[in-house]
Each structure stands twice: as C-alpha cells, then as structure tokens.
Design a protein around this ligand. Structure first.
Ligand code: GTP
Ligand code: SPV
Ligand code: MN
Length: 609
C-alpha cells in the first residue's frame, strides 16, 4: 500500500490545496501517527484495508457464497451507539447551542481535546479521507475531509459517502472550503503492543465547532460517533450551514410514490433514530397498483427552488441501517440489497456457515449462532443474538428500487412531509395538519420513546423536534424559527402538506394497533389522496384523521373497531399530552417562536370546546 509520510522522508501530499495540506500536517504533528495515508477510494485500496482488518481481528470475512465481499465487526460492548451525553455544540456563545445541546466554551474545549489528541495515533496509521456529501457536481459541493486512525471507519465511509481521488481533485481545482473532521479512537499503541479487535477509549467526546464548521471526535469507533460525514456533518454542522444559507438539513428519508394513474409524488419523513425511516424508505406496498421507489433513508437536505417549490436531495451514498427487525417479511428491499454483498455488519450474530443473523431477519430462528459478543447462542438463550442497535452498512445503489432521481443534483420536489414517532398511546396512526404552521407545530412537539440507537435508557418518552433533538447544531428555538421564516420563500400553493404518523401505537393487550411495514402503503395512499383532495377525513382538535372508510383496507384482516383504535383521538390521553407539550415549550424560554405558542393556545382551545 502506498504511504505518504508527513515529516521525515516527506512524500508530497496528492494535492496542492494549501489549506488542506497545512491542516493535515498540523494534525499529524499533534496525533503523532506512525504513518499518514491519503485515501484514494479505489477497490484495490479497500481490499488491502479489509484484508488488514481481517488479520487484525476487527473484521470477520463472511461466507463469499452467501455474503460476497462482506464483513462482520464486533465492537467493544461499551461502544455500541451514539453517546448523546458526550456530544457537544461548542458555539462561541452558550445561547447559540440552546437548551437541547451540551455546551462548553470552544477554547476550553479545544484545550481539553488537544490534550486527548496529543499522541493519540501513536503506533497507528493516520488516514486522510477526502469526501463530499451530496453531489460532486452540485452548484456548491459540500466537501469534508475526515482524518481517522480507524481503517473500519475508512471502509465504512467508502460505503456511506463519495470519497477519494476524484473528490480531492475537485476540491483542489476549486480550492474549495471543506469541513475538517478529526476522528481518533483514542487508543495509541506503544512499541510492540498488540492491538485489540475494537480499539476505543472509555472517554468519548463528539464535538462540533459550528462557527469554524469543524468536528473533533474522540474515543469511539461506532457509526454515528465516528463516520463523521453522517450525523456530525450532514446534520449538526449542515444544520448550521442551512440556517446561514437558507436551506434545511433534516433527519429524513425521501420516498417516491407512483399511483395507479401513473402520477408521481415525492414524500420526505422525519422519524427519530430506530423509529422506521429505513423501513418506510424501502416500503414494499401491499396494495395493488402503487409503486414505491426510494431516494434516501436517513438524511435529507432541502431548499426552496426558483419556483418556490421545496426540493430535496439525499447527501449520503449508503445505508447504515438497524439490523434487528429488518427481514425478508418486513423489508425485502433491504434484504435484497444486503444480499448483493459489499456490506459491513456491526454487532450482528454469526451463523455456523459464515453468514449473519439478527432477530427478525428470518421467520425461522437458527438452532445455533455465535452472538455479537462471541458467545454460543441457542434459541433457549435469555439474551438477544444481535445487539438491539446492530447495523448493516450497504451501498445505496444496491437497492433495486432506488429511484433514478437519486442521481439528480437538483433533487426532487417534495409534496408531503411526515413527522413520526414511537408512541404506545395518544398519537393516532396518521393526522394531517391544519396548515403549514400547524404542521411545524406538530414537528416541534414530536415525541418518541428512546431507542437503542443512543446510549442510555430505552423506552422513555421524550420530545424530539422534527426527529432532530440529538442533531440540531444550534439553538432549538432558532431552528424552529428557521423552518417558519424559510417558508416565506415558498410558493404557498406548492408548500408540502404535513402529516403526523405513529406506526407504534399499542392495543390494550400490548400488540401493535397497526400491522406496519408494507401495510403503511395504505397510509401513504391516504396521504396522496389528501393531496389530490379525494380522501375523506374527520376534523379533530389535533388535525384531520382518516375515517374508517377512507383508508384502503382491502385484503387487510382488521375489524373497523381495530382500525378505529389505531386512528382514535382520545381527549383524556390528549389532556396529558397538552401538559407534556406545555412543559416542553416552557424549556425554550424566549427563543420559542410566538407562532408556535399561538398554535399551542389554539390546540388547547379546540380541546376545550
Ligand atoms: P435509524 O437508522 O436509527 O435512524 O433508524 P430508522 O428510523 O431508519 O429505523 P428503522 O427503519 O431501521 O426501524 C427501526 C426498528 O423499527 C426496526 O426494528 C424495525 O423493524 C422497526 N419498525 C420499522 N417500521 C415499523 C413499523 O411500521 N411497525 C413496527 N411495528 N415496527 C417497525
Ligand atoms: C441514528 O442513530 O439516527 C442513526 C445511526 O442513523 S447513527 O449513524 O449511529 O447515528
Ligand atoms: Mn438515523
């Protein structure tokens, strides 16, 4: 593998971008790696890296017959999810981080981080990964450069983003600005010390400097903490860019629907982590005549176009999906993409024939597995075989139903936006907002039970505005105001309609009130028919919900009472909900837009009448 050394026997960096070369040199001086390597993104390079990772025990090569060019990684049991407690927005002023973010004075934080990063790559290779989020030929391409000491990160970033030589060439040609994104596992190796399969540090810091548009991540090798193009850049830093440049960076999927009449619609949807974005993005409809294609499953960048239409792109190139629950019955499109290979699995279980398995992948449970922690596992085991936040990392172009428009730098026009959460009670299957501002109110008060995607308690209801709670890179009230003011750029006729959905409501016996997955196509059909003005709805204080007769239930084994239980607006449940919203809004202090306070007042009044 060709190696570019910095210092000593200096070989020139493969770029004349002076700012970049200087930054790489500065980082190398601090982290003191054994070598510096500029990632070119080629297949040969990836083969060499994955071979090394297999030798080091970080990756297990899967059976090439069933999972070609695919690998499994098993993390340190303390490094399995995003660490929100250790995630910081270090704006110059504390006020600009807002109450939803951890904050520390940026110079103090830099000093702390410099201490941790000094010598942190000793004994390791420092990889320099030029990448672009979104299209390389966009009007204003969003470049980044991740420096990391993890080859697992390099190989995963190669799936999740466009990386390497071509990107660097374009950056150089444009002398472009880029987001410097520094990552270290925080596990230097002493002379002669043998490595562990998943190096990391018990101390973790995921830090963003919004004014500088830079990222420093220390101590974790896990996805959202370490693949810095994803949450750190494409959401936290991008949300700040979006605020300043007049666009939106959102935790959303993008879906294309074609009706039996051959009309096409694009819908984006924001659900919190592990609440169904990838599954809806890859929807396999159960109703006749409807076709679904996908453009993205996790992050969406949107801007108002010249005609006042809201246009969306997916800045990512891969899926980093929740494995458990992703199966041939619930999500065949994801399974087909995974089966093509070229994937990295993390914290899944291994089958005896060198394949992977997780809860919900197949109807049949294997008799014997090796669980994600390397222990023997049988169906009698009292633990799950895969970690609940086990992930698959797969190139998006392996999805058969990927829409061609994915490749269009101009994106697609969004007709409807869904906000959704995981709520056992209270929130109906689907509700159409009264209007745009009421829809922003719905998004701003979105609530969901916490999941295994972040470290900490699971199942606790928390407010998660626009599913962006862990990802808004600035003050949450300013973020909501940005949504409101931005729509002045819109053609009011073409503003998307906004809906609130909940696939996770439970019945008295604890089961799901709605079968979900492919059956969600029935809800999507209602959404489209609402846009077209053909579906009925009943007006409730929270908005418009379907009548039993307006949802297409053909072939679905549900009684009208069961459907009613899924769409019901229960005044008692909503009395408690209003209390929760009131408390939530009180936390914003004076940064809450008055329009949203008015929305809450209006909602209370409608319930009182
Ligand atoms: P992140 O990648 O963390 O952002 O998650 P996500 O929002 O993409 O969630 P994903 O689609 O991976 O789903 C998370 C979990 O919810 C999986 O275990 C799914 O099986 C489950 N799930 C998704 N959609 C539905 C649904 O309609 N009904 C039910 N009951 N479960 C669902
Ligand atoms: C999420 O947690 O929302 C994810 C996974 O999509 S991660 O990349 O870890 O953030
Ligand atoms: Mn996500």
């Amino acid at each position: 593998m060709p190696v570019v050394h910095v210092g000593g026997d200096h070989t020139p960096a493969p770029t004349t971008h002076a700012g970049l070369v200087a930054w790489v040199q500065e980082v190398a001086d601090m982290v003191q790696p054994d070598r510096v390597y500029w990632v070119n993104g080629s297949e040969a390079e990836n083969k060499a890296l994955t071979d090394e990772l297999v030798d080091a025990g970080t990756l297990r090569r899967l059976n090439p017959e069933t999972f070609p060019n695919s690998f499994a990684a098993f993390s340190d049991p303390a490094d399995v999810a995003r660490v929100e407690e250790q995630t910081f927005i270090c704006s110059q002023n504390e006020r600009d981080a807002g109450f939803t973010n951890n904050w520390m004075d940026p110079s103090q934080m830099k000093e702390k981080l410099r201490g941790l990063f000094t010598g942190s790559m000793r004994g390791r290779t420092m990889y320099v990964i030029p990448f672009v989020m979104g299209h390389l030929d966009a009007a204003n391409p969003k470049f980044g450069v991740e420096i990391t000491d993890s080859a697992y990160v390099v190989s995963s970033m190669r799936i999740m983003a466009n990386i390497g030589t071509e990107v660097l060439a374009r950056m150089t040609e444009l002398n472009a600005e880029y987001v410097p994104a520094l990552h270290s596992l925080g596990a230097p190796l002493a002379e002669g010390e043998t490595d562990v399969p998943w190096p990391c540090n018990s101390e973790k810091w995921i830090v963003h400097f919004p004014e500088e548009r830079s990222i420093w991540s220390f101590g974790s090798g896990y996805g959202g903490n370490a693949l810095l193009g994803k949450k750190c850049y494409a959401l936290r830093i991008a949300s700040v860019m979006a605020r300043d440049e007049g666009w939106l960076a959102e935790h959303m999927l993008i879906l294309k629907l074609t009706s039996p009449e051959n009309k096409t619609y694009y819908v984006s949807a924001a659900f919190p982590s592990a609440c169904g974005k990838t599954n809806l993005a890859l929807l396999d409809p159960t109703i006749e005549g409807w076709k679904v294609e996908t453009l993205g499953d996790d992050i969406t960048w949107m801007r108002f176009g010249d005609e006042g239409e809201l246009r969306a792109i997916n800045p990512e190139a891969g899926l980093f999906g929740v494995a458990p629950g992703t199966g041939w019955l619930t999500n065949p499109n994801a399974m087909r993409a995974i089966a093509k290979g070229n994937s990295i699995f993390t914290n899944v279980a291994l089958t005896d024939d060198g394949g992977v398995w997780w809860e919900g992948m197949t109807a049949e449970v294997p008799d014997h597995l090796t669980d994600w922690q390397g222990n023997e596992w049988t169906p009698a085991s009292d633990k799950t075989a895969a970690h609940p936040n086990a992930r698959f990392c797969t190139p998006i172009d392996q999805i058969d139903m990927l829409a061609d428009e994915f490749n269009d730098p101009n994106g697609v026009e969004i007709s409807a936006i869904l906000f959704g959460g995981r709520r056992k009670t209270t929130v109906p299957l689907v509700t159409q907002s009264r209007d745009w501002t009421n829809g922003i109110f719905m998004g701003s008060t979105l609530s969901s039970e916490t999941t295994a995607a972040a470290a900490g308690e699971v199942g606790r209801v928390r407010r998660d505005p626009m599913a962006m709670l862990p990802f808004i890179g600035y003050d949450a009230g300013d973020y909501l105001r940005h949504w409101i003011t931005l729509s002045s750029k819109a053609d009011q006729e073409r503003l998307p309609k906004i809906f609130l959905v909940n696939w996770f409501r439970r019945t008295a016996d604890g089961g799901f009130a709605w079968p979900g997955f492919g059956e969600n196509s029935r809800v999507m059909k209602w959404v489209i028919e609402r846009l077209e003005g053909t579906a009925d709805a009943v007006e409730t204080p929270i908005g418009y919900v379907p009548t039993g007769a307006s949802l297409d239930l053909t072939g679905l084994d549900m009684t009208p009472e069961e459907v009613d239980a899924a769409v019901r607006v229960d005044p008692e449940e909503w009395a408690a909900e209003l209390q929760g919203i009131q408390e939530w809004y009180s936390r914003f202090g004076d940064s809450l837009p008055a329009e949203l306070q008015d929305q809450l007042t209006g909602l209370k009044e409608r319930f009182a009448h």
